[in-house]
Design a protein. Structure first.
Length: 615
């Protein structure tokens, strides 16, 4: 895990050690173990790298790494199947001088060129300069775990792991006010239909599962192509529940096992929920006998959403070492500016800060690599909002099962909407979607807190509903368009803020493809969301965790924090700043601050507090 940076330009005056050093200085938190720079012979390409040593800690594995006197690479991430790939490449005649996964990427690219991406099982953002063809090849992993930001004009192509490194190279900082409009009115942190868009004009990100090529000899924009997207229509309707559970358990165990490959201390986050608990017990089973697994949790004593009782239960039953951190309103107020510095974009709630403190705790305990559970809810229908989507599908295709599922959910105490509106949406999904979209866009433009001038200038709505034909469509939308990448961005920047590496076993390629091959009735079953994972962990976890009826999510006491005097003062200052910038109506200053829970639908003052840091 590292920080990467680079400049490609036919103008030699733009490719300098000074610019590269400024870029890597801005990324020092991502790589505390080393720094190197490289410029090619004719000064049309320069790379910079900040190293976090995780696999092969020797100096030989440092980057930028050169190969075959032709290729130079900077890489951020981990290739989990590098051992198997190296064996395959050795059989093809390739030789290696390090034990790193980085050198395996170089050999794979020489062997297969862009088709090498199909061979890589991991999280990555990398750039390879080919001195022979004078071209840059850059790629990002399938799910978008690792970031790749870039700026391009007719003079230069500049890239980095974080936007702040682009600013350090002199790229202008200009807020994307259309996205600001959508964040304030919808809570959107990204554009669902334009994955390349960021919070800043002219700065883009390479989409997940995509690669690009650039040549300094031309003024053409980067050529971007996608290389992977799982099918969501090839559903195995014949698979039994027993076979699905067994297949999942095998794939999940293999995914966790590969993510244990490291030459530094490893632990895991432990929220008290099902996902992190499943990871923890699987790691424990795969470790050597007598090994102690270190886990890290954020706890909130006295808060209704505190999950400490579950993490304590699991730690006691399984003999885990569990270290905890207790973020408070005071620490939040103190750390908020630094949190914004690292996130450099929009944050939907204070849950981001709780995660930030967990990685800080891991650093204090000298644990460099952590496994975490992002992606399970989106892939396996873990949120309560998925009930009504599934029930609408059943209303159209299987009403006896619908009645059974609604009764089962109600017996578990689930509160999910189901009425005539849902039935209408099930029968006429296009009409319902069109109506809801039009209504939401009108509400955006009538938002009382926004100034008329701001709405007129930047009020283009990004609002989008997923197709309502099936649960599968909704899960795909949240996984690939709007939802998961936001969480992955938080995780990357929070972990790297403290020089930690986070690995996400639920996002392994074969697992993702497997999830989308399953019928909906194996995702929500007998009233339970995420039924497949529950069934697979039934004998390994305490039933209080495996079959929990509530769904809290990773939620801190945001409402309490927003009532703290220092936070209220910061919100009022943010309101003034946004009003002076012409974003908010002057009437906002007369209104009391509206403190809200982390997952509240209307979260305006939180959004104002966050947005003001970008201006």
């Amino acid at each position: 895990m590292c920080g990467i940076a680079g400049i490609i330009s036919a103008n030699q005056g733009l490719v300098t050690n000074d610019r590269l050093t400024k870029m890597t200085d801005a990324l020092r938190h991502r790589g505390p173990d080393g720094e190197q720079h490289w410029i090619n012979g004719i000064a049309c390409t320069g790379f910079g790298h900040r190293r976090l040593s995780v696999i092969d800690l020797s100096a030989a594995a440092a980057q930028p790494m050169h190969y075959l006197q032709r290729y130079t690479l900077v890489h951020n991430g981990e290739i989990y199947n590098y051992v198997e790939l190296r064996n395959t490449l050795q059989q093809k005649g390739y030789h290696f001088t390090t034990a790193s996964d980085t050198e395996v990427i170089l050999a794979a690219y020489d062997c297969w060129k862009e088709a090498c991406l199909a061979q890589l099982d991991g999280m990555f953002a990398f750039a390879i300069w080919d001195e022979t063809t004078q071209t840059l090849f850059a790629a990002r992993d399938r799910m978008g775990e690792k970031p790749f930001y870039y700026y391009y004009d007719q003079q230069q192509f500049v890239f980095a792991s974080e936007i702040k490194a682009l600013w350090a190279a002199g790229i202008p900082r200009e807020v994307n006010k259309v996205l600001l409009y959508n964040f304030l009115t919808l809570g959107y942190t990204q554009h669902p239909q334009a994955p390349e868009e960021t919070a800043y004009n002219a700065i883009q990100k390479l989409p997940a599962a995509a690669y690009l090529t650039v040549s300094p000899a031309t003024t053409r924009s980067p050529g971007i192509k996608s290389y992977w997207r799982p099918s969501i229509t090839s559903i195995n309707q014949r698979i039994t529940a027993t076979d699905a559970v067994e297949s999942f358990a095998e794939l999940f165990r293999a995914s966790v096992q590969k993510r244990l490959r490291t030459d530094v201390p490893l632990g895991t986050s432990l929220s008290g929920g099902l996902d992190s608990a499943a990871i923890a017990v699987t790691i424990q089973q795969l470790q050597a006998a007598g090994a102690s697994l270190q886990t890290f949790s954020a706890v909130f004593p006295g808060f209704a959403g505190d999950e400490a009782r579950y993490s304590k239960l699991l730690a006691a039953e399984k003999g885990l070492r569990n270290d905890t951190t207790t973020p408070t309103a005071e620490s939040f107020a103190q750390d908020f500016q630094q949190l914004c510095f690292h996130q450099e974009g929009y944050m939907a709630s204070a849950s981001v800060y709780a995660q930030y403190k967990v990685f800080e705790l891991a650093k204090a305990n000298n644990v460099t690599v952590l496994l975490d559970g992002q992606g399970a809810d989106e892939l396996m229908a873990g949120y309560h909002k998925y009930y009504h989507w599934y029930w609408q599908q059943l209303y159209k295709y299987d009403r006896p099962l619908l009645k059974k599922e609604i009764n089962a959910a109600r017996s578990l105490g689930v509160e999910a909407p189901w009425g005539w509106q849902n039935k209408l949406a099930a029968l006429f999904p296009t009409l319902a979607g069109s109506y809801l979209t039009s209504r939401r866009k009108r509400e955006q433009r009538r938002h009382a807190a926004l100034s008329n001038g701001f709405v007129e200038a930047f009020g283009t709505s990004y609002y989008q509903l997923p197709r309502q034909d099936s649960l599968q469509e909704v899960l795909a939308y949240n996984t690939f368009n709007n939802g998961l990448e936001e969480l992955l961005q938080y995780a990357d920047k929070n972990s790297m803020a403290h020089g930690r590496e986070v690995r996400l076993p639920f996002l392994q390629q074969q697992l993702v493809e497997f999830f989308f091959s399953l019928p909906a009735h194996l995702k929500i079953k007998d009233g339970y969301t995420k039924w497949l994972l529950r069934a697979a962990m039934d004998k390994q976890l305490p039933p209080q965790i495996a079959w929990r009826k509530d769904k809290i999510g990773f939620e801190p006491p945001q409402k309490q924090w927003m009532q703290h005097a220092a936070v209220q003062e910061n919100i009022q200052l943010a309101r003034q700043k946004m009003m002076q910038a012409g974003v908010l109506h002057t009437s906002i200053l007369k209104q009391p601050v509206q403190a809200s829970d982390a997952h509240a639908a209307e979260n305006l003052d939180w959004r104002i507090l966050v947005s003001a840091q970008l201006l």
